[in-house]
Write a protein that binds this ligand. Structure first.
Ligand SMILES: Cc1ncc(COP(=O)(O)O)c(C=O)c1O
Length: 353
């Protein structure tokens, strides 16, 4: 007899991991929305230093990182949730908020982890189609909020479609949502979004909406995807307490904590990298539009394009892979006939020649 697993295991979708990690260093890794810039030397040094003390468990209060984030964003450390990547916080939010009979509402296609939350908890997922410009349809999402809704997820900028909504639209949306319904505004790519102004702009919303959580990560602009650090800035303490309650105590390694604290000290360099990525994004969008293809208006570090109907998505992805370029097929992200391409470097561009 095979092992008998919990029923929910059959419901949980398998995360569409990117292929090609085995292909070697010369490959253009444009499939996972990482930054092409390696961590700064002092960040690597900070992480390396703490390895000598690895016989001890890491600080379970994450005090230095919590303090550094509290100072940067001007909100108390008790209202900052931390996680092993922001995915960890998302999954914990699902566990803390959802159960059979409850509903979670989000746009689709959006981040591929969102369907996991309902599947794992037995709650119902309400997926609301994006509009014709591949943006969130906030009106339609608001209309799906019922007495059963516990959680609304907004992905801004949206992965995989790269589009962002301005904060006016988000504010008008939040006005329509009852205050007992948790709204997670997933801002993994907010630093790349010209539509959002600066990265402090959405913090104002925390003062107005007690049910709001801003979800952010060190995986993108800070270049620490491999160390797995995410954080959530919360309007109240309750969310942080609940997501800590459902997780193991030591979710952030000492190396991850030290690297994140050090990375926060280099905002000028982070800003320089963001500016470079935005410039590269704009020229990539122009190049693809010159080919006659439709590309969404990107506010992220990746672009989203539609392929002509006669072209098979799989052929393009395989063809690019054979030329050393890894991109993501829309079909694996919820929309056939599209491609998601991370903004890389000049070197990535030349590896496809
Ligand atoms: C929209 C969005 N949210 C959250 C995450 C999770 O990032 P991490 O767990 O690396 O912080 C990602 C990763 O790609 C993402 O695209």
């Amino acid at each position: 007899m095979p092992i008998e697993f919990a029923e929910r295991i059959r419901r949980i979708p398998v995360y569409p991991v990117a292929a090609g990690y085995d292909l070697g260093a010369d490959v253009a890794m444009l499939a996972s929305n990482e930054t092409p810039f390696a961590p700064m030397e002092s960040v690597v040094a900070a992480a390396t230093r703490v390895i000598a003390g690895a016989h001890r468990y890491p600080d379970p209060s994450y005090a230095p990182l919590r303090k550094a984030l509290a100072e940067r964003y001007g909100i108390p450390g008790e209202r900052i949730a931390l996680g092993q990547g922001s995915c960890d916080i998302l999954l914990a939010a699902g566990e803390a908020l959802l159960e059979p009979g409850a509903e979670v509402v989000y746009a689709w296609p959006a981040f591929s982890v969102y369907p996991h939350l309902a599947a794992a908890s037995g709650a119902t997922a309400i997926q609301v189609p994006l509009d014709g410009d591949e943006r969130h349809d906030l009106d339609a999402i608001a209309q799906e909020v019922t007495v059963a809704t516990r959680l609304v997820l907004l992905c801004n900028p949206n992965n995989p479609t790269s589009t962002a909504l301005g904060l006016d639209a988000i504010t008008a949306f939040l006005d329509r949502i009852p205050s007992h319904v948790c709204v997670i505004l997933d801002e993994a790519y907010c630093e790349f979004a010209l539509a959002l102004g600066d990265t402090y702009a959405s913090l104002d919303l925390l003062r107005r909406y007690p049910n709001l959580v801003l979800l952010r990560t060190f995986s993108k602009v800070y270049g620490l995807a491999g160390l797995r650090v995410g954080y959530a800035l919360c309007a109240t303490e309750d969310f942080r307490v609940a997501v800590d309650q459902v997780r193991q105590p030591f979710y952030l390694s000492a190396a991850a904590q030290a690297a994140a604290v050090e990375a926060l000290r280099w905002q000028d360099e982070v800003e320089r990298r963001v500016v470079q990525t935005i410039a590269d994004r704009e020229s990539l969008v122009d190049d693809v539009r010159r080919l006659g293809l439709w590309v969404a208006d990107s506010d992220a570090n990746f672009i989203w394009l539609r392929l002509p109907e006669e072209v098979a998505e799989a052929d393009i992805v395989t063809g690019l892979r054979d030329r050393g370029v890894l991109v993501r097929a829309g079909g694996s992200l919820g929309r056939e006939g599209a491609l998601r391409v991370t903004v890389g470097t000049e070197k990535d561009a030349s590896s496809s020649m």
